[in-house]
Design a binder for this molecule. Sequence first.
Ligand code: PLP
Length: 401
Amino acid sequence: LSVWSTVPAGPPDPILGVTEAFKADKDPRKINLGVGAYRDENGKPYVLNAVKKAEETLAKQNPDKEYLPITGLPEFTASAAKLAYGADSVPLKEGRVAVTQSISGTGALRIGGAFLGRFYPHVKTIYLPVPSWGNHTPIFRDSGLEVKGYRYFDKKTVGLDFEGLKEDLRAAPEKAIVLLHACAHNPTGVDPTPEQWKEISDIIKEKQLFPFFDMAYQGFASGNTTRDAFAVRYFVEQGHQVAVSQSFAKNMGLYGERVGAFSLVTSSPEERARVDSQLKIVIRPMYSNPPLHGARIASTILRDEQLYGLWESEVKHMADRIIQMRDRLYDNLVSQNTPGEWNHIKKQIGMFSFTGLTQPQTKALAEKAHIYMTADGRISMAGLNGKNIDYFSESVSKAVK
Ligand code: PLP
């Protein structure tokens, strides 16, 4: 008998399952709106010019392949923190932000979860928005935290359930941990307004909750990295000791390079040094030290004025293309007299749109129109382009009628 004969088969990943069904479909009209990766005007993966240029610069420097320190490339982590917190950030200037490189956003969340699991001195329960990115629950559960939810999305308005959110945060145990999507909430595309963020900050302060920001889409929401960092920077200004997870997968298109950072605001450089030392002890047995190449690319872009400018314009281009697709989809659905209210398509922010399509409708779209999305009706806006948007809108219109 095999050692592994009793291992039960696990369920397939809900998002990768969509890609498999798409790949098996032979119809030329097929569209994959499942995966959260940017696609260009021709539906192709997009390597940013800033990235290509940074790689050319790096190739000329002929760098070695030595190990990085446990917490990564120092120039990279310094630039990443500046991007998140802002060049004028007081805790950054005072040298009291602990930062480490991470295996993209997922790794940052996992390091954060493990660090909180080990050292957070209060209730080790993390509250996630309902719904949230599907990987949040397993990441934090596997990190040893208890996972609970707070209301976030209102199906009726296809918008933020702000009253529910406030009620649930007020009802949470004092000092519990709260996960916040810094911008471009996945999967709903619904973000709080700056005014709402201020109220959330007040409640978090009142209840002494611990804010953990997941910033996987800085720049991708509005096209502007400063605007998208509003919530994080506002919270820091308000004196919150935040934790921040950053990913360069989307905003630099470095998906498979796995570039990210995890940071914590501490109260002094001396405290930061203690936290740093423990971050190393968390990371060392996980993967020893992070990969080199992507961090070199990101740091080259972030530290070179010209490349930085080029990158900013490319982030804006990606965000603008998505916003354009939202407008076109909305206009098409309305002009085709599609039953229902479609304003949310234009109002939602970032990579995704929660269309409000039901499970039977998404099933029908896959079977009849070769259009693939997650069963909850979430579409990746980046999968739409000038060539398939009309076919997509007509198909949705039919599925709803
Ligand atoms: N957090 C959110 C909300 C995401 O949507 C994603 C990616 O889809 C991630 C984190 C992490 O992605 P990565 O590990 O590729 O940086």
